[in-house]
Design a protein around this ligand. Sequence first.
Ligand code: NOJ
Ligand code: NOJ
Length: 492
Amino acid sequence: MQIWGNRWAAGRLFLALFAFGAGSAFAAESSLENWIKAQTDRSLDRVYQAISPRDGAPGSVMASPSRSNPNYYYHWVRDSALVMREVWAYRTLGLRSARNSLMDYALFSEKNQRTNNPSGNAYDYGVGEPKFNMNGSAYNEPWGRPQNDGPALRVLALLGLADDLMMGGQKEFVFKHLYAPEMPAHTVIKADLEFVSHHWQDTSFDLWEEVRGDHFYTRIAQWRALDEGADFAKRMGDPNAASFYKQQARAVMDSLDKFWSSSKNYLLATRNWTGGHDPSEKASQLDISVVLGVLHAGRSGSPFYVDDDRVIATAWELVQAFDYQYAINRDKKNDEGMPMGPGIGRYPEDHYDGQTTNSLGNPWFLATQGMAEYYLRLRGELKARGALNITPLSRPFFEALVRENLSGKRRLPATDPTYVAVLQALQDRSDAFIRRAKFHTGDGGHQSEQFNRVHGQMQGARDLTWSYASFLSLRRIREKNHDFQSPVRRRR
Ligand code: NOJ
Ligand code: NOJ
């Protein structure tokens, strides 16, 4: 409201000054800015359309409206958690609808936890079940289950609401449905934290639902859920649980070091491969899931955040691998002659084309937009730090970024021209990835799951809700990283 109005005014003033000084470069950039603004509105609309749809239970979130080829009309625990986090992050645009949606989602999640399913019984192994029918009943077909990132992401989606309700005088809802400091745990956040703290060492299927083992993505989500869950438990008067969750969080964090491969020089997606697809189907172990894990669960100042040189090395390896992998990436400029980054997929050996697995994988919107977000978050860290450290692991990334030989340079202060150039290049590269996503986005801002590696047309589940959530997350970070703010339409 008031704050937003001021931002709007400040943004317009800045845009006006910028347009005045920047001449023709502004015309091209302004079309990207306008697209981002419009795409934010459309993404928010489609996210809200995905929540509690007409023939779904209140609080269910459809992964996509597509009901055949492929059928994605289900409530996936992971997708919905990532979507609801964005709903909460954008709550200033409509606090009441955000709060109501989150409360419905909490009640739907409670129902999920109470439902026996093929992963196991309610409040037991069943907590790891990856997807439910939209009416809340169990999905009883064979599937890659359990997927233990789900409960961790659900905690992260609900903690903001829980704190808000505690402060806003709706404590009963919290104690009844979200967190009661008692055992057995039958409130959503507490039940998830109990499951995560006792089962993070179990193998489970990865976020791509293909491989059983220990996964970097799953583990970093579990770390963040336990770490923040512990702080919350303390606030809720549950100190013994809090210290147990903290202790387990530290153990999860320690286990992440093992994902580093000093022979490959990047972080591996999976260790202790025990089932699902054959290991030969992902020989590289190079996977965007590592970067997504950092975006979804990493924390500034902790290991494995965007500026950890192991993460930088992994991101750079991914960019190069996908650049090479997909024919569309030969085109490096859009119709206006502006640079486009490579479309990014899940992993180089991917065979899932959005419908069948005996095909060839493609770039995904959520991966390409995730990479754009990665570059921006790295910029934000370096800017906040006021210096750039270059290590042998991160040097190739930074050298490619500024096309400069940086050997001999180890710590660049904010006054160093190379430091300034790195910040600018990170922002430019991020925009280049956004232009790539924009280039393959359909009329009206539609984004499916994938875009074809050869001809660039969209394919896979249409209007994938997670694609829109990934755009909203990127745009939030971009807003913080830019010196001006682009306003978005307010909701109900
Ligand atoms: C559908 C899954 O959702 C997708 O991630 C996977 O690649 C295919 N099934 C094949 O397992
Ligand atoms: C397939 C993806 O691999 C998986 O991560 C996702 O949860 C489902 N599709 C639903 O979008």
